[in-house]
Ligand binder design. Structure first.
Ligand SMILES: *[C@@H]1O[C@H](CO)[C@@H](O)[C@H](O)[C@H]1NC(C)=O
Ligand SMILES: *[C@@H]1O[C@H](CO)[C@@H](O)[C@H](O)[C@H]1NC(C)=O
Ligand SMILES: *[C@@H]1O[C@H](CO)[C@@H](O)[C@H](O)[C@H]1NC(C)=O
Ligand SMILES: *[C@@H]1O[C@H](CO)[C@@H](O)[C@H](O)[C@H]1NC(C)=O
Ligand SMILES: *[C@@H]1O[C@H](CO)[C@@H](O)[C@H](O)[C@H]1NC(C)=O
Ligand SMILES: *[C@@H]1O[C@H](CO)[C@@H](O)[C@H](O)[C@H]1NC(C)=O
Ligand SMILES: *[C@@H]1O[C@H](CO)[C@@H](O)[C@H](O)[C@H]1NC(C)=O
Ligand SMILES: *[C@@H]1O[C@H](CO)[C@@H](O)[C@H](O)[C@H]1NC(C)=O
Ligand SMILES: *[C@@H]1O[C@H](CO)[C@@H](O)[C@H](O)[C@H]1NC(C)=O
Ligand SMILES: *[C@@H]1O[C@H](CO)[C@@H](O)[C@H](O)[C@H]1NC(C)=O
Length: 442
């Protein structure tokens, strides 16, 4: 009796019985905000440390649909669906398509959803609670797109008591700003927004092939294409942040392995677009790191917390300049492209876009005053990505993965030697480019 009870408990706890999988955590740039605990270090300041100042870079919250995703994948699929004569009632797991209606209209694309507003408000509340001693910031910065402006607005409402006392500073997204904007890639001719699509389409063809054949068997008249599959998987994410749930997320529609295929395809794209596979990534991330280091290192500052809203491109570029989520780390080699093979998934990779750039993804650099066992008293710096503390390369001589002030200064200088020189590297045609982000000054 006792033995069989133990056995059934063991069975219930076995990996087989408890395997679970949430597609929403594998949707790359369309993943609703989540905190993946990567790595699972405690987000609380280390023993003996108080955070005295912080700077955050935040992607806007959930939107109806990005223009490119909509025009390239979703709209072609939904148009085809409107026009088809397929009898979906006989199409097994796809039978919901008989009555399904698209949640996205032409004029809503790119706009923040209600769930997005809520996410941004919640992040404001969480960050306020993380730093109870901080003064409300006088200013919060945002690039000028409606989705970043509205994210900043909701965030401010969540963060402070009197939102009229925190000014929202709009930073132009136009080209001729050089490094002096929250969208520095816009003014950099060496950055191409389509970088990575050639490479990622190789893996797209591989992972969608069996799906296309399975769906063809269910609905031969529809002629599913690889792009239809991508559109349907993207709809899981977008429909969830619009309506709260989506039948496209069902694991009988796409299996866990098929979601991982979607995610890896995106990871390849971002590797070549904003990651280690693109030499310009770190160059475009550097001005924010340098400006943030300046704000935090100075002896006086006008605010306890600096928060800036941007688009999906900038946070991963900042991670590259910091050397984080580097697939090559500890490998003894530096061959970034070899770490993202195009025909097979590298499941051991560190570069996982769902964790790096979901909606509302945020990177924090904190300054701490520490009096901690085993370390000299003084100021230390720490980086959090979606609240998880990160270990900066050659910059971890402090408590809880933090870095001492002199080491951090050296770190920023070394990264500047590797990635400084926006104007020289981007070679813009306008003649008033700059290498520094100066929006926080004055
Ligand atoms: C719908 O099908 C008709 C007839 O095949 C075709 O002429 C039309 O272009 C299609 N419309 C869309 C939106 O695909
Ligand atoms: C903000 O609103 C509060 C309450 O309505 C008011 O007392 C305060 O003076 C306002 N502050 C500013 C800077 O307008
Ligand atoms: C360069 O000049 C343009 C046009 O006058 C202006 O909009 C832009 O802000 C300037 N860029 C910098 C970095 O000052
Ligand atoms: C599906 O593809 C086949 C072969 O390319 C083509 O003959 C057929 O017209 C297509 N059907 C639809 C509905 O597009
Ligand atoms: C990685 O691939 C990209 C695109 O082909 C190329 O531009 C880059 O130089 C490669 N990186 C390295 C380190 O070889
Ligand atoms: C900090 O102090 C220096 C020298 O007193 C001053 O020039 C600077 O404007 C101050 N910075 C801020 C952010 O208050
Ligand atoms: C990534 O890691 C490799 C191996 O440690 C290192 O050589 C390379 O500089 C790192 N890349 C960046 C951008 O930090
Ligand atoms: C941290 O804050 C606590 C409470 O205000 C204070 O007692 C402690 O001395 C501070 N520690 C340091 C290192 O500043
Ligand atoms: C970093 O920022 C400082 C202050 O704006 C600037 O003087 C310095 O040139 C910048 N470093 C690089 C490598 O661009
Ligand atoms: C920069 O370019 C503008 C027009 O493109 C021109 O009017 C201006 O004289 C140039 N300035 C310098 C310093 O070359």
């Amino acid at each position: 009796m006792f033995r069989s009870l133990t056995l059934s408990l063991a069975l219930a706890n076995s990996a087989l019985a408890t395997y679970s999988f949430d597609p929403l955590e594998h949707l790359a740039g369309i993943a609703p905000y989540f905190e993946p605990a990567d790595p699972p270090l405690n987000p609380k300041p280390p023993q003996g440390c108080n955070v005295t100042r912080a700077s955050y870079l935040v992607r806007h919250a959930a939107i109806y649909a990005n223009d490119f995703d909509y025009e390239e994948y979703i709209e072609p699929f939904t148009n085809k669906l409107k026009n088809t004569t397929v009898d979906w009632s006989k199409a097994g797991p796809l039978r919901f398509l008989a009555t399904w209606q698209t949640p996205i209209s032409d004029d809503e694309q790119e706009k923040l959803t209600k769930a997005g507003e809520l996410e941004a408000f919640q992040l404001g509340v969480d960050i306020g609670m993380r730093y109870p001693s901080f003064q409300a910031p006088k200013r919060v910065w945002t690039s000028t797109a409606e989705r970043t402006e509205k994210s900043a607005l909701s965030f401010i409402e969540g963060l402070v008591e009197q939102s009229n006392e925190t000014q929202r500073v709009s930073v132009a997204e136009s080209e001729a700003e050089g490094a002096d904007s929250l969208t520095p890639y816009e003014g950099c001719p060496k950055y191409s927004s389509s970088a990575g699509s050639k490479q990622s389409s190789q893996y797209k063809e591989i992972y969608t092939k069996p799906i296309i054949e399975r769906f063809h068997n269910l609905a031969p008249g529809f002629n599913f294409t690889a792009d239809d599959i991508v559109g349907m998987q993207e709809l899981c994410g977008y429909e969830t942040v619009i309506r709260g749930s989506s039948l496209f997320c069902g694991l009988e529609v796409f299996s866990p392995n098929e979601w991982l295929g979607f995610e890896y395809t995106n990871d390849i794209q971002y590797h070549y677009n904003t990651g280690y596979g693109n030499a310009i990534s770190g160059v475009l991330g550097y001005p924010w790191l340098n400006a943030t280091a300046g704000l935090l290192a100075s002896d006086n500052s006008s605010q306890d917390i600096y928060v800036s809203f941007t688009h999906r491109e900038l946070p991963p570029m900042v991670l590259v300049v910091m050397g984080l989520f580097n697939n090559s780390a500890y490998s003894g080699a530096n061959d970034p492209n070899a770490t993202m093979p195009l025909t097979v998934q590298n499941y051991m990779r560190a570069w996982i876009s769902s964790r790096i750039l979901p909606f509302l993804t945020n990177i924090a650099v904190e300054k701490m005053a520490c009096d901690s066992y085993g370390f000299d008293s003084g100021d230390y710096f720490r980086v959090l990505v979606n609240q998880s503390p990160q270990h900066l390369p050659d910059c971890g001589d402090g408590p809880g993965e933090s870095c001492s002030k002199p080491r951090f200064g050296q770190f920023v200088q070394t990264r500047g030697e590797m990635f400084g020189g926006y104007t020289e590297n981007c070679q813009p045609e306008y003649n008033n480019s700059t290498n520094v982000l100066s929006i926080y000054e004055s």
